[in-house]
Design a protein around this ligand. Structure first.
Ligand code: SF4
Ligand code: SF4
Length: 97
């Protein structure tokens, strides 16, 4: 069982409030509904948010059919977040065999 939160290594969604310099600056994101590994924390507003000294982590992940998912938590050491059809997805998602 990992004791450290999985980190967001980088994120392509530069239009998200929490994105600065392709890094995520909220404390923790939530990934997914059960069907798609989208970043559920993504949102847009006029001003940027988050804290620049924070490197975001994966607080919870609902995508149970990912290889890295254990008890609805992410066990990957870090994830890449990519953009896909106008939203942000976990690019580290790996379907179970
Ligand atoms: S990981 Fe999610 S919350 Fe963080 S910057 Fe990317 S889209 Fe926004
Ligand atoms: S790697 Fe898998 S378990 Fe981790 S956040 Fe992405 S979809 Fe969820």
């Amino acid at each position: 069982m990992p004791t450290e939160m999985s980190k967001v290594i980088d994120c392509e969604a530069t239009n998200c409030v929490y994105n600065k310099d392709r890094k995520c600056h909220t404390l923790a994101i939530t990934v997914g509904d059960e069907k798609e590994a989208a970043c559920d924390t993504f949102f847009q507003a006029r001003n940027k948010g988050g804290f620049v000294n924070i490197n975001g982590g994966v607080g919870a992940c609902k995508v149970s059919d990912c290889e890295y998912n254990d008890s609805f938590e992410c066990t990957a050491s870090g994830i890449h977040v990519i953009t896909h059809s106008n939203h942000a997805d976990c690019g580290t998602f790996q379907p179970r065999e």
